[in-house]
Design a protein around this ligand. Structure first.
Ligand code: FAD
Length: 623
């Protein structure tokens, strides 16, 4: 098969989709003749054409539709000859093998002993795909998820949005499906993926009921309601393959024992150019996982579950679990993340700026955007997790704190477009100003623990290092400020763009009404965000207005605070995917600092599952 990319057609060449007729979506005969021209062969030589990807290029006046296709010629020898003739031309290549080749397969009687059964902590996209891949390789995983199954979780989450009642163990962040369940369901990522594991994720989604268009859309998305059904179907598949999923089970500690290997072996193999040195020195004793202690949240009882291999797919919001890992001696590192606000505009404004005269075309749908600005104070400001035709949602998992994020349905038909507008921060921005910062540590972790961590942080600061939990302190501090500024009732603080630029508090909203539930309190976001972030946002908004006309509309709404952009720390792992100093512990996904978004977290889950399966079965690691 031959893969041709950069095939461009006018939007008018595309047929309007006919319900239930997948083939009607693509202009196959126009693509066939374009392909024949590109390859210099008669059209009759092309046996079949399959669309791999479709995107819209709105950069020129004429909106173009760009295709990547796979085709087969009637003559296979000619196919090989053409590929040879065009070798070196990046848009004419052999079609890659995108199938998943499982690197391991367990014998039918696996596991031989109960502690050999792999355990997966967390059932977000990373844990779900780790569990699915393990189950497909015959390793019958046990999943322990602190939150509740989809149905109950949905009711709990709506409890916060409608009745201002937060369930700390079942909410937007915790429960079946993980943080991405109530979301826009964007399913793309910029990770390097030479083995096409992202394709496997999309195919599993489609097999579980997702719309097939996610396989060819350049920016696929699935929306909240459909994602919920897909997650339930994937859960059933894992169970059918011998896996087990237990909800309301929080892993509360790790039972570790010393082992002979030294941690330095792991440290030498790890490449982490952008992060601070690990808290744990290389000469420290290496540890081995023996069991996990689990709290059954429904009954309040604890039990010990023997396990030699644990996938740690904990997500970026399990701050108590981060602290538990730190206390257990697992190597952790502070890492950069971003803070800011959600911005809302009328969706029509974004559509007109992006699609021009084609606005409203049924194939285009609601437009998205991606913006970056490098501010004079050295900060990068960028749009994050843009949700066309969606709503801003309350995304806290902790009492007395307010966090924003965005979600949408598949149709993306809500009035407003929203996106995170965030400022990149480094570990050097985390609270280092001791002893004044002790109060922030105490507020974040309680008086006793907070004071101990503050002392550790001070000792590390003297060596030029950052405590791995310092980013959590900053997040909790900003989220608590947002709670107070919003009225201390889970309403969020908000401000009109015009008022932020003029450095005055908002007293009301104008033509753009905020969508965040339970409500937005007009105020001054200066009470919430640090000065450097406000300064960078004030500079970026007019700059973005030059790229998207109306982006700095005075009535556009800013709602705060956006803090859970990515994990504030990394749980470093070596080439064998295991923690640098705890053997048998497989840090994975967004919480461990190895993914950002649904697709990359799912791909990381598969990679970790493969490494675990090979290690457990004594096989060489996959590439
Ligand atoms: P998570 O999804 O956070 O899953 C971690 C799981 O571990 C949770 O279910 C948690 O309950 C469980 N857990 C934690 N600690 C324990 C413990 N001690 N014991 C047992 N279980 C535990 N990304 C996109 O790509 N596209 C989007 O459109 C998008 N929209 C989003 C909208 C919202 C509102 C939010 C909050 C996030 C969105 N994201 C989106 C981000 C995306 O959801 C995350 O990147 C992704 O979910 C990370 O996957 P994960 O499996 O690594 O972690």
């Amino acid at each position: 098969m031959i893969r041709l990319s950069e095939l461009k057609l006018d939007l008018s060449a595309l047929p309007l989709p006919v319900e239930g007729d997948a083939d009607s979506v693509h202009p196959l005969s126009a693509l066939r003749s374009l392909a024949a021209q590109t390859l210099g062969v008669p059209e009759a030589q092309i046996a079949n054409v399959h669309v791999h990807k479709r995107s819209f290029d709105a950069r020129s006046v004429q909106l173009r539709v760009v295709f990547v296709i796979d085709l087969q010629l009637t003559d296979t020898e000619l196919e090989a000859e053409l590929l040879q003739r065009h070798a070196g031309r990046s848009h004419i290549q052999p079609s890659p093998d995108m199938r998943w080749h499982a690197p391991a397969s367990a014998p039918a009687d696996w596991p031989l002993a109960s502690e050999q059964r792999p355990v997966v902590l967390g059932f977000g996209p990373c844990g779900l795909f780790a569990a699915l891949a393990l189950a497909q390789m015959g390793l019958k995983p046990l999943v322990l998820e602190r939150g509740r199954p989809v149905r109950q979780r949905t009711a709990d989450t709506w409890g916060l949005w409608r009745k201002q009642q937060l369930q700390p163990e079942s909410n937007v962040q915790f429960g079946e499906g993980g943080a991405g369940l109530f979301s826009d369901g964007k399913l793309y990522s910029q990770i390097k993926d030479p083995r096409w594991l992202g394709r496997k994720v999309l195919q599993e989604f489609v097999a579980a009921g997702a719309p097939p268009d996610i396989l060819y859309q350049a920016h696929p998305h699935i929306g909240t309601f459909r994602l919920v059904k897909v997650v339930q179907a994937l859960r059933e598949q894992i169970i059918a393959l011998g896996g087990e999923i237990r909800f309301e089970q929080r892993v509360s500690s790790l039972l570790l024992e010393p082992c002979e290997q030294t941690v330095s072996e792991g440290l030498q193999t790890a490449a982490q150019p952008d992060s601070q040195p690990a808290l744990h020195a290389p000469e420290q004793q290496a540890l081995r996982l023996r069991a996990v202690r689990v709290l059954d949240q429904a009954s309040g009882t604890e039990y010990v579950w023997p396990c030699e291999r644990l996938v740690l797919a904990l997500g970026h919001s399990a701050r108590d679990t981060f602290a538990m890992l730190h206390d257990a001696g697992v190597a952790l590192q502070a890492k950069p993340f971003s803070i800011g606000v959600r911005i809302e505009h009328p969706q029509g404004l974004i559509d007109r700026a992006r699609w021009g005269r084609h606005t409203g075309h049924p194939l285009l749908g609601a437009a998205d955007y991606k913006l970056v600005h490098h501010a004079a104070n050295g900060r990068a400001v960028y749009s994050f997790c843009m949700c066309p035709g969606g709503t801003v949602v309350a995304a806290t998992s902790e009492a007395g704190r307010v966090v924003t994020n965005g979600m949408s349905q598949y149709s993306r038909q809500e009035r407003n477009a929203n996106a995170g507008l965030v400022v990149a921060i480094e570990p050097r921005d985390f609270p280092l100003d001791f002893p004044a910062a002790t109060a922030a540590w105490e507020a974040a972790f309680g008086p006793e623990r907070g004071r101990t961590y503050a002392q550790q942080a001070q000792a590390l600061a003297e060596r030029g290092q950052v405590h791995p939990l310092a980013g959590v302190v900053l997040q909790r501090d900003l989220e608590a400020r947002a709670f107070v500024a919003g009225g201390s009732n889970y309403c969020a603080p908000g401000q009109r763009v015009g008022d932020l630029l003029a450095q005055r508090a908002s007293s009301a909203f104008g033509s753009v009404q905020p969508s965040y539930q339970p409500g937005v309190h007009p105020t001054d976001l200066a009470a919430v965000l640090p000065d450097y972030a406000l300064q960078a946002l004030r500079e970026a908004l007019p700059a973005f207005g030059k790229k998207i006309r109306g982006f700095d509309l005075p009535d556009a709404v800013l709602t705060g605070v956006e803090t859970r952009t990515s994990s504030p720390l990394r749980i470093p792992r070596g080439d064998n995917f295991q923690s640098l100093n705890v053997h048998g512990l497989y840090p994975a996904g967004e919480g461990a600092g190895y993914a950002g978004g649904i697709l990359s977290a799912a791909v990381d889950g598969i990679r970790v599952a493969e490494a675990l399966a090979c290690a457990a079965l004594g096989l060489p690691a996959p590439p």
